[in-house]
Structures are given as C-alpha cells and as structure tokens.
Write a protein that binds this ligand. Structure first.
Ligand SMILES: [Zn+2]
Length: 484
C-alpha cells in the first residue's frame, strides 16, 4: 500500500513538473478548433474496488449534425455483451482460458435513469445482447441541441480483456456509454464481434472526474490530476472515445516528444521505461510521416490480456507478455502499431466493422515504415517477409479478402493474416506507384479527414485525387479479390 501511495504522489508531482500547458499552444489551438460544436460529455466515475463496480453519471450535450430530424438517440452499452458467455467477446474459444482463468465472470451495465432536457426519457435495447440502447426524444431538428443525462452502474467482469478486472487492475475500455455513429439515415447498431474492434463513434469533448480508492493510479486517454478533494480530473478535446485503466501498483515513466507529454505505466519501472522509449520513438516517427500528433499527451500502459495491444484515443494498452525481457523487439513493434492507430482510427475514423483493413492495414504499413527508418532496409525486408509476404502465400479458408467485414472472420489469426498482412500489401503496391509514395498519400488522407470519419469511398477518392489517376482497379485487386 505504501508503494502505491508513493506512486500516486509521484504521478501528481510529475504532472506538475512536466513542461505544461504553456508549451502546447499549437496543439491547443488546433484541438480547440476541432472541438468546436462537438458533442460534449461530462462524466463522473466512482470506482468501488470491493464490489468491482464503476458508477457512471454522464451528461451529454448533443447537437444534431446529421442533417435530418431525429426522434431517437442510440447509445452503445458494450459492457452488456459480457453478461453471458454466449455473447462475451472474451469467450471466443481461442481466448476463453486466457481471458477467464478463474472461470466465466459476468459484466453488465445497468441503466438507472435517462433524462432528455430534464424530462425522463423512454429507452429500450434494440438487440438481444443489450449493447445498443435506443432513447426516445421529442423530435430534434437538424442543428438543434439538447442535453441527455444518464446514470448507470458498470459491473466489471473478472476478465483479462480490454474490459475487465485482471488481478487488482481495472482495464476499462469501452465502458463509457457513448452515442453511436449516425450514418445513411440510421444509427449503427453493430454487434460486439469477438474478432476486431467493432466500435464506431464520432469525435467529442470529454470532461472527466474520477473517484477511485486510495492508492489507485489511473492511466487515461488524457492525464488526470488529483485535486485536494481526492478526485482525479481531466479533459480531452475532439476524441472519439475516452478510456482508462487503473492499478494500485503502476510504475510510471514520462518524457516529451516535441509538444507531447508521453507517459508509460507498467508493473515494473524497467518495463515502463522501455515502453516509454518505444512509444516516444513511434510517436515522433508517425508525426514526421503523417502530421502532428493531435493531443497534448499520449499514454501507453501494460494490460493483462492475450492480445498484443489495443488502441484508444490518447491511450494504448500493451499486452503484458510483450514486457518480458526476451521480447524487446516485439514490444517495440507493438508500440509502433498501436501508436500508428493514433492517426489511423483515433484521428481519422474509419469503418472498423465493415472495412477493418482501413485502420489495421495502414498501421501495419506504418510499422514497416518505422522499421525501415529506424533500422534500415535489411530489417525492413525481414519484417516485410513475415508480416506481408508470408500472409500473401498462406492457405486460408475460402472467401476471405482484406475488404471483408469483421464478421466474416472466424479466428483472430485469419483476421490478422488477411486484414493486416494482405491489407498492407495494398499500401506497399501503392508505394511503387504514387509520386511521393504511400507516405505522401497517407499524409494527405490524414490532412483531409482529421477528426472526421473516412469511408472506404472517401479513402479511394482521396487516393485517386492524390495519384492523379484511377487507382480503383488496383484497390479492388488487393482488397476484394479472392486468392487461390
Ligand atoms: Zn491494430
């Protein structure tokens, strides 16, 4: 307990000592502009570590920018997928034992109140898994604005996953109820697939207050600072999610990468320092290639799950296995992939359900670029063999292409081979073709769609404009053609 308290005090001290907001002018201005008119979430969280619950009180200032009148809102309540093993994404056969070492443990999100402009609003789940909550509101004209207030309690499952309690740590990915994406005249209500990351949301502004038991330190999408009243508070502007992990025994290391404060939380000081160095290098490399990192801070934290990593705006979880002494290379590659997601997912949103290659393949390409820049052509060729050439040759169940939606993939390894590896082959082919290479195009793509959502059609039209020719046949060839 003493060590944990010391860690909390150290975190507060380091936040205070790091060159702070005065040095962040350029980022602040860009973010403030990006945050204008976005949905605003004011969230108060209370963690109870005896009951493993997180009480959530959320006030959402929502402006209807859909271009159509709305009579419903759709809130994603992903945690409810963990109620039953039949619907839990962590209960996939190849994950179950690693995610539930002590047996199945249910998680849920219980809604107590939903108000719209101060009046009680009717609500109901629209799917069996209870991950899509439809809220009835009086017609809200396009451009109109209103306030939704929501009170709920999250029961955190004991589960080594991006959502769950692992040991004494809480990994709280996708726990906050967020508005879904409104697209083509309807709210998206995609299922919580075990393969991929089926989360779609627009950028919003977050104001977060967290009450946690003494000794717990949060690693967050935006750094939280502890006030004299014991509450942790922080803000995040123009981000499509807000994630936090809490541990009573994090070691923390921090550094600066240009204007960005980089934080690393891990179980050992050495692990925190190693991940920090890799995250910093990756952030600097991606910023050099694809444009400035958008947020004032970037955090990586060690997570207990059977994945290499998981991305959220401003925060990446990195699987604990990568922190082993003999896995330094893996840790660096995972840090590079997850950091690249800050551009391809966090800054430019894309359809992670129907076109998952659009962030995963771009991040794989970014890892290859990182290795070529840092370690030269030989290392790049070796990595390219394992990450792209071998996946292109692998024999797989018929019908899978990089352009397949996530629900086509039955296993994580097929998904990785096809959406990541074969998807990255498109970017390598474009590198041969484009003036300025794929990097030049991806920078133009980020410039055009920063803080927005780019459909596959947006990606292709941006590509065609950048190339000055029709690249669609090449894209079709790589993304939609079934290999024998
Ligand atoms: Zn990824």
């Amino acid at each position: 307990m003493a060590a944990a308290c010391a860690a909390a005090a150290l975190a507060v001290l380091l936040f205070a000592l790091l060159p702070g907001r005065a040095a962040l002018k350029e980022t602040d201005t860009r973010l403030a502009k990006a945050g204008e008119g976005l949905t605003d979430y004011t969230v108060t969280l209370r963690l109870d570590d005896r009951e493993d619950t997180l009480a959530i009180s959320e006030t959402v200032l929502y402006r209807n920018d859909t271009g159509a009148p709305l009579s419903t809102l759709m809130v994603r309540t992903w945690l409810n997928a963990f109620r039953r093993s039949e619907s839990s994404p962590a209960a996939l056969e190849e994950l179950y034992d690693a995610c539930y070492p002590e047996g199945f443990s249910p998680g849920s999100l219980t809604i107590y109140d939903v108000l719209w402009n101060g009046e009680r609003a009717a609500y109901a789940y629209v799917n069996e898994d209870q991950t899509a909550l439809e809220i009835q509101i009086p017609v809200l004209e396009s451009g109109g604005q209103g306030e939704m207030a929501l009170r709920c309690v999250a029961q955190i499952p004991v589960c080594c996953y991006r959502t769950g309690k692992a040991g004494r740590d809480y990994q709280l990915g996708n726990v906050l109820p967020l508005l879904s994406l409104y697209q083509d005249g309807a709210w998206r209500t995609d299922a919580y697939s075990a393969v991929g990351d089926p989360f779609l949301s627009a950028c919003a502004n977050f104001h977060v207050t967290l009450y946690a038991p003494d000794g717990y330190v949060p690693a967050c999408s935006a750094p939280l600072t502890k006030g004299e009243d014991g509450a942790w508070r922080g803000e995040m502007t123009a981000a499509r999610d807000f994630c936090l992990c809490l541990s009573p025994d994090y070691a923390m290391a921090s550094a600066r990468a240009g204007e960005t404060a980089v934080y690393s939380y891990a179980k050992t000081a050495q692990g925190a320092k190693r991940a920090l160095d890799y995250a910093k290098k990756a952030l600097e490399t991606c910023a050099g290639l694809y444009g400035a990192y958008p947020y004032p801070a970037f955090t990586v934290c060690e997570a207990f799950f059977p994945f290499s990593g998981m991305e959220y705006p401003g925060l990446c979880m990195i699987g604990t296995d990568n922190y082993r002494e003999d896995k330094a290379d893996t840790l660096e590659l995972v840090a590079a992939h997850e950091t690249a997601h800050q551009w391809f997912y966090a800054l430019v949103g894309s359809d992670q359900v129907l076109q998952p290659w659009q962030d995963e393949a771009l991040c794989e390409y970014a890892v290859l670029r990182y290795v070529r820049m840092r370690y030269g052509q030989g290392s790049y060729e070796t990595l390219k063999y394992y990450r792209v050439d071998a996946p292109m040759r692998e024999k797989l169940p018929g019908g899978l292409t990089p352009g397949s939606p996530i629900d086509y993939f039955g296993t994580l390894s097929d998904y990785r081979t096809v959406a990541y590896g074969r998807g990255a082959a498109l970017l390598l082919a474009l590198d041969e073709l484009l003036p300025g290479g794929t990097d030049g195009f991806l920078k133009a793509y980020v410039d055009e769609f920063a803080f927005r959502f780019a459909t596959r059609a947006d990606f292709e039209s941006c590509l065609n404009r950048y190339a000055g020719m029709d690249c669609t046949p090449l894209v079709l060839d790589y993304l939609d053609t079934i290999m024998d």
